[in-house]
Design a protein around this ligand. Structure first.
Ligand code: PHE
Length: 338
């Protein structure tokens, strides 16, 4: 009959059409249900003929429906696993090196080219290596100059502290080797200061030591002058001011012409045109003797700089705390420096 042809030709475009098909033929108020209702009222003779036809029709309609439904389901499955190549890809962020590491390795590289090697030592130090060997007198206020974090404090000689400078590594190097020495000591150091935009309880240093026969203050000046030209560019001016450190004599602090305003006057150099970048001096003969080096035969120079300070002068970072907060918005600005 007409329905058979209609069912056979049926080809739904979407799931809604298929559902309409189910309701029309197979639903509780559908055509087949209706035909079965009518079937009840026919005579026994007709029932036999009709029954057969009706059952075939019903099976045919059901088979068509299950078939179509399966087709649809597998189509949906297929479309799920297909990759849409027109969509933009998932971006992923590449990490960046910390500005302090960048600047520290820049400093280290410059001194390596001059023949300096890198030396390291412990961050927890004893009194001898951090103070006594470096000519800090016992109970002298010079020890307070550095706001030490003590881990164990009693008599002085066997105090244990977080190192306040990497000069302690210089002592270890001189004790354990024979001159000449030409080394730099990068590392983290600790001082008991209230944390603010301008101070932190830890920071990073690169110190240096050069000991040999006939090393003079002229060698110190030339080495540091060359360093500054390499780091901040040709033409950067330097000046030395007399200073005091227990472990050097004479001692000096070195300023450079302000890297931000090139000497014209800005907030960084407080309109003086100069900024201080490091402390230095000729190693005190007492320090050489403390470390078992003949101070009649050998002389040398030492210097120490703060990596945060050097970094500020390159990138004008106004708040020291940014260096240790791990804020990605700050850190990712240094990506191009890889
Ligand atoms: N150790 C000094 C400091 O931490 C720096 C310095 C090193 C000065 C070597 C002179 C010579 O302040």
């Amino acid at each position: 009959n007409q329905y058979t042809a209609e069912i056979e030709a049926f080809s739904p475009a979407n799931a809604d059409e298929l559902e309409a098909f189910r309701i029309k033929y197979l639903g509780t108020k559908g055509l087949i249900k209706d035909l079965f209702e009518q079937f009840k009222s026919v005579g026994p003779e007709e029932k036999r003929v009709f029954g057969k036809v009706l059952n075939q029709f019903k099976q045919m309609a059901e088979a068509k429906y299950t078939d179509l439904k399966e087709n649809f389901n597998s189509e949906i499955e297929n479309s799920k696993s297909e990759i849409d190549l027109t969509l933009p890809g998932n971006g992923f962020e590449v990490g960046s090196r910390h500005p302090l590491s960048l600047v520290q390795s820049e400093i280290v590289d410059i001194f390596k080219r001059l023949g300096f090697v890198v030396a390291e030592g412990p961050e927890i130090e004893d009194d001898w290596h951090n103070f006594s060997a470096l000519n800090f007198p016992d109970e002298h206020p010079a020890r307070d100059m550095q706001d030490t974090f003590f881990i164990k404090k009693n008599s002085g000689k066997d105090d244990i502290a977080l190192r306040t400078h990497t000069s302690s590594v210089q002592v270890r190097m001189m004790e354990n080797g024979k001159p000449p020495f030409r080394a730099i000591m990068p590392g983290r150091v600790y001082r008991n200061e209230a944390i603010s935009a301008r101070a932190h309880c830890f920071f990073h240093q690169v110190e240096g030591l050069y000991i040999d026969e006939n090393v003079s203050f002229a060698d110190l000046k030339q080495t540091l002058y060359h360093f500054v030209q390499e780091l901040y560019g040709e033409g950067t001016k330097v000046r030395f001011r007399p200073s005091y450190f227990p472990f050097t004599e004479p001692s000096a602090e070195m300023d450079i012409s302000c890297t931000i305003c090139k000497g014209a006057g800005c907030n960084m150099c407080k309109h003086s045109g100069w900024v201080e970048i490091l402390g230095c001096g000729m190693v005190d003969p007492n320090v050489l003797e403390n470390c078992g080096i003949d101070s009649k035969k050998f002389t040398g120079f030492a210097f120490g700089m703060g990596v945060e300070r050097i970094t500020n002068l390159k990138y004008v970072i106004k708040d020291l705390r940014l260096f240790s907060e791990n804020d990605v918005r700050f850190l990712k600005q240094f990506k191009t420096e890889m």
